[in-house]
Design a protein around this ligand. Structure first.
Ligand code: B4P
Length: 190
């Protein structure tokens, strides 16, 4: 089983690139952000629970995210691979993911960190705010999302950096050029 973890700050291009990777390799794209936004827009009990955290740029509870991820993996066991976009986002989520994969007899094949400087991230998210009107793309909420990233998600780099499948890719430049670099990293020998 191919398990790719696409790692990076908000706005790094994880979602943009994950769609292309999933299409090229025939893997399933799992965006926890998209899953949660769909729950919010359908006002499901889960959506109502997570709405305020998401709109203020806070992370949603680990417990909920772990349940969501486990159910997605179990439902799609026949697929040849997964691109995990936005999960794990905390050390606890990463540890639980390792346990889940172990239970399934799988393991992470690649962890790719997409590197983009903070000025560029804010610029991209403000453009998206104009184009898509996402509630968490206002200047104040973006700041909060970056604080959350530094506090809870960035420490995952230390958790993963000695993994044999870990790679760094520069996420600044045109989307096709970055996609080529990502494919190279995916296909490189470990
Ligand atoms: P996400 O949906 O994962 O939000 P994101 O980090 O902004 O997505 P992404 O980084 O994929 O954005 P993209 O680059 O595609 O999460 C939203 C919220 O959900 C979180 O704040 C949290 O509340 C909750 N959540 C999700 N997962 C969770 C978890 N595991 N635990 C707890 N809470 C969780 O897009 C950025 C923009 O840049 C786009 O407009 C794109 O077009 C543009 N762009 C992309 N590549 C570009 C390039 N090369 N050049 C210029 N622009 C580019």
């Amino acid at each position: 089983m191919n398990i790719l973890v696409l790692f990076g700050p908000p706005g790094a291009g994880k979602g943009t690139q994950a769609v292309k990777i999933a299409e090229k390799y025939g893997w399933k794209h799992v965006s926890t952000g998209d899953i949660l936004r769909a729950e919010v827009s359908q006002a499901t009990p889960l959506g109502l629970k997570v709405k305020s955290s998401m709109e203020s740029g806070q992370l949603v509870s680990d417990e909920l995210l772990i349940q969501i991820m486990e159910s997605v993996l179990l439902k799609n066991k026949e697929i040849p691979g997964f691109v995990l976009d936005g999960f794990p986002r905390t050390i606890n989520q990463a540890q639980e993911l390792d346990k889940m994969l172990q239970r399934l007899g799988w393991g992470i094949s690649r962890i790719i960190s997409l590197n983009v400087n903070e000025d560029e991230l804010v610029k991209r998210l403000l453009i998206r705010a104009k184009e898509q009107g996402r509630k968490d793309d206002t200047e104040e909420v973006i700041k909060n999302r970056l604080v959350q990233y530094h506090q809870f998600t960035k420490p995952l780099l230390d958790y993963y950096k000695n993994h044999p499948g870990f790679r760094d890719v520069i996420g600044v430049g045109d989307i096709e050029g970055i996609f080529k670099l990502l494919c190279k990293a995916i296909e490189a020998e470990k």
